[in-house]
Design a protein around this ligand. Structure first.
Ligand code: MIC
Ligand code: SF4
Length: 766
């Protein structure tokens, strides 16, 4: 039986012994690494070198080149990705997970009427999935956070993250835990399965980007503006393959949850992760979240939990790239629409929005998501909402709020922070992802009208929040979201503009205020945590054969060791092709545990380069056009393998491995693109796909609609060796092009076996 573990651990942080062990080995591993590299170390390198699989190395690693095996301390999974991760883990033949692991139910809860009603309805619509996750967790020793407990990354920050630790999570925003000085990295489920099954976790040793923050945030500027600005500088792929390490007096002056916001949105620039060195703000946060034991243990090894002083004194000597931001002069920004890196200072929004023809009227202001739903976020946004009430302003847009966790919500309610929002008729949704992942029953969205919304989330890809391609979603800090929603204007600049109130008076909003932590401490009645049984061997996990939401996995077929000949082009995707384009979320989240059913969304959002339409590709067998999954199923039925061609940063965004498993399941064999986003590239490899890049980018232009591909030297697949692709056009003419790949020996084994999981199974049997 499950029991409420908060009764047991109330004076102790979760897994404190594991944390102490990590700290106990720091001294040796850090000095070893310093000696090997012959230089002072960044905070990131200290964490990397103290988490090597097997404990140590005898040579320094080359950043951006060497694949390294790591031993993460813990794993976090959310409901939408955990299903596939755990379905895979169930095949690995283990009795228990090898490292502390948690599952968080947060993605599958729709925001419609408000928390009470919505949670009840999610608990009934998704009962089958929640029950499955609960029983698998119970069986394999995994901590389970029930629906309504909160958003994975807030719950992790409040309970599990610790300075100097390394974790992986099956969600790209796992990186949020960098706010507490961790290296936390988003991965696909198959990567998590490796670690759950007591195997090393492999990562290319990242490059390092240093961001020096000087000065202090002031006025309307918030931590969010730091990352909105950095996103504008680095763009959606500028952080690829790198860890971003923030430092400087500006970093120290910021709250821990504010740091979390900055790290969280590092996912939007493609960074492997982001982090900060341990400082007082983190200590305050640990103590306030009832983890004095972790704070004390961290204080005892403080020097190892941040960079060596020489590094921050001369960052250009130790980082691959350095960016400097002065917080004194940083201004509030709004990013978007459709991409999180299009940064516009609020003061210029009027000009830019008019020139770009963005709808100026704002319909909704949404506050929440894992990136901005802390106590401080709610407090600062509430200070704006309160002014609106006091200054008799009528809110022009609707408000929706998703608190980050039950602990945040309970404490915020106790401290009266929700009162002004209620007075503005805001909808307080469940402590869950909600609109951020398209779980939003927005009235009228089906009319597909052009409109603007503003939110404090991290992603704003087309259709993401409400499914409407004409919704222009803008990203800003919670306090800016509040101000813009109150004014109802995208170009409202609270620093300079005034508003007219109910009495016809001109009023101005004062800059936000708000405590970083609750003065009376956090509190919660029922945190929603269920601890697993000590011995789960008798727990039965049931997956019904007729379920439309869950399906046991059938292993993918191994490679036949032959050159791949006669593969047809399925789609040549034009421009941005994120994981939302490859495997849409929103309504499709319900099929995340059923590979066959979810495959019906495969690439339906990708734009076909030949007709600029979505989900409309030529079937080379019949000459007719159809939806991508349908056409692909016809190729599969005909025994033909296929190729997907794509542009830059293919697979940007989420960690969802469905974006790799679906094409694999349907019979796509190769994804050939200009460049990949990190997690997606690994996901493809794990699932036994061939993910390769054009050696000459312009060769993308050679690919035509009726093309057939021959991979004429695939038999010699080897690390560092290019792959030759013969592209045969409809008129019989041919182009020979070269493709690059980043597979190492081990990853080629995955390809040979058909998937990484097949290899694990084989090794377990052996
Ligand atoms: C997202 O923000 O896109 C998600 C939904 O949290 C994803 C995970 C998923 O697709 O389930 C992510 O960021 O990894
Ligand atoms: Fe949930 Fe949105 Fe955060 Fe993803 S980005 S974990 S959907 S709140």
């Amino acid at each position: 039986m499950y029991f409420y573990a908060n009764l047991i651990h109330s004076t102790m942080a979760f897994d404190i012994e594991m944390i102490k062990q990590v700290y106990a080995r720091l001294d040796t591993s850090v000095s070893n690494a310093r000696q090997l590299t012959g230089k002072p170390l960044t905070a990131s390198e200290k964490i990397l070198y103290s988490h090597l699989w097997g404990g140590k190395t005898d040579r320094p690693y080359t950043r951006g080149t060497d694949y390294v095996d790591f031993a993460p301390d813990r794993i976090a999974c959310q409901d939408a990705t955990a299903q596939m991760a755990l379905l895979q883990f169930m095949q690995a033949g283990k009795a228990k997970v090898a490292v502390p692991t948690t599952v968080h139910c947060d993605h599958l809860i729709q925001a419609k009427s408000g928390a009470t009603v919505d949670l009840k309805s999610a608990n009934s619509t998704s009962a089958e999935v929640f029950d499955f996750l609960e029983s698998v967790s119970n069986k394999y020793g995994i901590g389970f956070w029930k629906p309504g407990a909160g958003i994975i990354h807030q719950v992790v920050l409040e309970n599990y993250a610790f300075p100097g630790g390394m974790m992986i999570g099956t969600d790209s925003h796992t990186v949020n835990a960098g706010g507490l000085g961790m290296l936390a990295i988003g991965v696909g489920g198959a990567d998590a399965v490796d670690v759950m099954a007591d195997m090393p976790w492999e990562l290319k040793f990242p490059k390092l980007i240093g961001v020096k923050l000087t000065g202090k945030l002031n006025g309307w500027t918030a931590p969010k503006d730091v990352i909105l600005k950095v996103a504008g500088i680095l763009t959606v792929k500028g952080g690829t393959g790198a860890i971003i390490e923030y430092f400087g007096d500006g970093a120290e002056s910021m709250s821990c949850t504010g740091k979390g916001t900055i790290c969280n949105m590092g996912a939007e620039v493609g960074a492997t992760t982001s982090t900060f060195g341990y400082d007082d703000s983190m200590e305050r946060y640990l103590r306030s979240t009832d983890r004095d034991d972790v704070a004390d243990a961290a204080n005892a090894v403080r020097e190892h939990l941040t960079a060596d002083p020489e590094v921050y004194a001369n960052p250009e000597l130790y980082f691959d790239q350095v960016i400097e931001l002065d917080l004194n002069t940083l201004r509030p920004h709004i990013n978007g629409p459709f991409t999180p890196d299009l940064a516009t200072p609020v003061s210029e929004m009027s000009k830019v929005a008019k020139a770009s023809d963005w709808p100026l009227q704002v319909e909704w202001g949404l506050i929440g998501s894992c990136t901005n739903s802390s106590y401080e976020d709610l407090a600062r946004a509430a200070s704006i909402a309160k002014q609106a009430v006091e200054k008799k302003l009528v809110t022009k847009a609707e408000f929706g709020i998703n608190p980050g966790s039950e602990q945040v919500r309970y404490t915020a309610e106790r401290d009266g922070l929700l009162v002004p929002f209620n007075e503005l008729n805001a909808k307080i949704f469940t402590n869950a992802c909600g609109p951020c992942i398209g779980q939003w029953a927005r009235e009228g969205a089906d009319k597909e009208e052009k409109n603007s919304i503003i939110h404090s989330f991290n992603r704003n890809f087309s259709k993401r929040a409400d499914g409407n391609p004409n919704t222009h979603a803008f990203v800003a800090s919670p306090e800016m979201v509040a101000a813009v929603a109150i004014s109802g204007r995208l170009d409202f600049d609270p620093v300079n503009d005034t508003l007219i109130n109910q009495d016809g008076e001109e009023v101005k909003l004062d800059p936000p205020t708000g405590m970083e932590l609750p003065p009376l401490g956090f509190d919660v009645k029922e945190n929603g945590y269920l601890a697993p049984q000590e011995d789960g061997s008798t727990v039965n996990v049931v997956v019904s054969e007729t379920s439309e939401r869950l399906q046991l996995l059938t292993p993918f077929a191994p490679w036949d060791n032959q050159n791949l000949m006669g593969a047809k082009l399925l789609i040549k995707a034009l421009g941005k092709c994120t994981t939302d384009h490859i495997s849409m979320a929103g309504p499709w989240l319900r099929f995340r545990g059923h590979l066959d059913n979810i495959s019906n969304n495969c690439l339906i959002g990708a734009v076909n380069a030949f007709n600029e339409k979505t989900n409309f590709v030529k079937n080379q067998l019949t000459g007719s056009y159809g939806g991508v999954p349908d056409v692909q199923r016809q190729y599969k039925a005909a025994g033909l393998e296929t190729v997907v061609v794509g542009d830059h940063n293919y697979g940007e965004g989420s960690s969802r491995e469905h974006a790799a498993m679906e094409p694999r399941f349907l019979g796509v064999k190769v994804v050939l693109v200009k460049s990949f986003a990190r997690i997606h590239e690994t996901n493809l490899k794990k699932q036994g796909m061939l993910g390769i890049t054009f050696n000459t980018e312009s060769d993308y232009n050679l690919i035509q609609e009726d093309d057939t591909f021959n991979f004429i030297d695939l038999k010699d697949f080897a690390p560092g060796k290019q792959i030759t692709v013969e592209v045969v056009h409809a008129d019989g003419s041919k182009d020979i092009i070269l493709a690059n790949h980043t597979y190492n020996e081990q990853q080629i084994e995955w390809f040979k076996e058909g998937s990484a999981l097949n290899l694990i199974k084989k090794q377990n049997v052996a």
